[in-house]
Design a protein around this ligand. Structure first.
Ligand code: CA
Ligand code: CA
Length: 223
């Protein structure tokens, strides 16, 4: 066996000699084995290739004191996520409620605006027609010259035009559409063979195809 200059046994040389002769015992590869590190607490956990014994378990236990296991970390993350959700959800609900209120207010304004525009027109057509809907030559809204011309008029979402001929771009109007129906009606006791004297005007504003606001007026002709 090789000895050091001080006369002591060279343990590394002895280990190598023993490994070549009898195979590598666990303690013979101890110094060369790479280290393993705890990814949570950053402490050195154990050496790869080292036999697991009582001493190793005690050492590992001591080195993990104060750290977290993976299960603990996952549980903490879940609790944190639930806590954050509980804090954020009420604010999200509040924002959604405010958006819904703004949308209903906008829908109401758009319905009232259209109703006022219709009621500002003459009851009867200047040409004597009493057919609901636009007559020949009344293809645009500007061409409408009496109330019933608005029958069947509609504007799709993103295409609502104000009475001042401006496209409504307010975010509260997103998803809103508008439609009008106008019909002549007779009340009980009226001569149905005579010219109608009542108009039923309905303006609807829809949100994504569902009714949001509907205004109805029964208009009497004073002529
Ligand atoms: Ca007309
Ligand atoms: Ca007409």
């Amino acid at each position: 066996m090789e000895r050091s200059p001080h006369g002591r046994t060279n343990k590394r040389a002895a280990a190598q000699e023993a490994a070549e002769r009898y195979g590598s015992p666990a303690w013979a590869t101890k110094q060369a084995a790479p280290l393993r590190w705890c990814f949570l607490c950053g402490s050195r956990a154990e050496r790869l290739g080292r036999g697991v014994g009582v001493e190793d378990e005690m050492t590992r236990t001591r080195r993990h004191v104060g750290g977290f296991t993976l299960a603990e970390a996952v549980l903490a993350a879940a609790v944190l996520a639930m806590t954050v959700s509980a804090i954020i959800l009420p604010f999200s609900a509040s924002v959604m409620n405010q958006q819904a209120e703004a949308r209903i207010t906008m829908a109401t304004c758009l319905a009232e605006e259209m109703m006022e525009e219709i009621l500002s027109k003459p009851f009867r057509d200047p040409d004597g027609s009493s057919s609901p809907g636009p007559e020949s030559g009344e293809s645009a809204r500007d061409d409408f010259d009496n109330m019933d011309d608005y029958h069947g008029y509609s504007e799709s979402a993103g295409g609502i035009i104000s009475s001042q001929q401006a496209v409504i771009t307010d975010p509260a109007a997103t998803g809103l559409s508008r439609s009008v129906s106008v019909d002549y009606v007779y009340v009980s006791g009226q001569d149905t063979s005579a010219d109608p004297t009542f108009l039923r005007v309905e303006v609807k504003v829809l949100y994504r195809g569902q009714d949001a606001v509907a205004l109805t007026r029964l208009v009497y002709c004073l002529d």
